[in-house]
Design a protein around this ligand. Structure first.
Ligand code: PGA
Length: 256
């Protein structure tokens, strides 16, 4: 698989952090540090910060994403935000199927599929998260599970739409725990996902799709992870909230 065929993407996932003034401060601090990035740089922020961050990144190379969206276009879904609402604001990316949404908010592979399709139909780029729990890894079913998650999430997604999909492999046991997958473990599962894409969409699609690693990626371990042949950048939680750390990860991805 040819890594040169695809662009690395470093995306911050701010989760439920930052008031609007804090969001502005953080993104203003990140901007100059990543201005020369050789990879795509994305900040996925809480809904309430989207307008602030969209405004702050104008004229810079930072793209803006949301952390979730609903699958219906509109209607009686109190508290939800549709993909069209995000697109209309100028939001470019949306994270779908993050493990925290699967664990705490009843997200299933089926709703991940519905959200993915709705986001793509609205013209958004999707960062689709898959990954196993510790028990799955211990039971030796990581490959099967992640393959299934990927297949179900992409049901009904066309080859053309797939060009707007990034997959983030995030082992749940590595998220926010400080326990990173080894570079070999990360690469192994990213390669499994690429293989699934190859079976579903063909070699060109498999070669072209960006597959990130996520889970306690930081300024220290990023270089080794993003240097792996099947790892095309990262989805960064905790370390995306500190401008120098996030910039160091962007730099590591720029070097490849
Ligand atoms: P973490 O989070 O970097 O804090 O482990 C990653 C994520 O949840 O996307």
């Amino acid at each position: 698989m040819n890594k040169a065929l695809r662009k690395a993407v470093i995306a911050g996932n701010w989760k439920m952090n930052k008031t609007r003034p804090e969001a502005k401060e953080l993104v203003e601090a990140i901007k100059p540090l990543v201005a020369d990035a050789g990879c795509e740089v994305v900040a996925c922020v809480p809904f309430t910060n989207l307008e602030t961050v969209l405004d702050a990144v104008k004229g810079s190379n930072i793209k803006v994403g949301a952390e979730n969206c609903h699958f219906e276009k509109s209607g009686a879904f109190t508290g939800e935000i549709s993909a069209d609402m995000l697109a209309e604001m100028g939001v470019e990316y949306v994270i779908i199927g993050h493990s925290e949404r699967r664990q705490y908010f009843g997200e299933t592979d089926e709703t991940v599929n519905k959200r993915t399709r709705a986001a793509l139909a609205a013209g958004l780029k999707v960062i689709l998260c898959v990954g196993e729990m510790l028990a799955d890894r211990e039971n030796g079913i990581t490959e099967e599970l992640v393959s299934l998650q990927t297949k179900i999430a992409l049901k009904g997604v066309t080859a053309e739409e797939l060009k707007n999909v990034i997959i983030a492999y995030e082992p749940v046991w590595a998220i926010g725990t400080g326990k990173t997958a080894t570079a070999e473990q990360a690469n192994e599962v990213c390669a499994v996902i690429r293989n699934v894409i190859g079976k579903l969409y063909g070699k060109e699609a498999a070669d072209g799709i960006t597959i990130q690693y996520g889970g306690s990626m930081n300024a220290k371990n990023a270089a080794e992870l993003v240097a792996q042949p099947d790892v095309d950048g990262g989805l960064i939680g905790g370390a995306s909230l500190k401008a120098p750390d996030f910039a160091a990860i962007v730099e590591a991805a720029t070097r490849g």
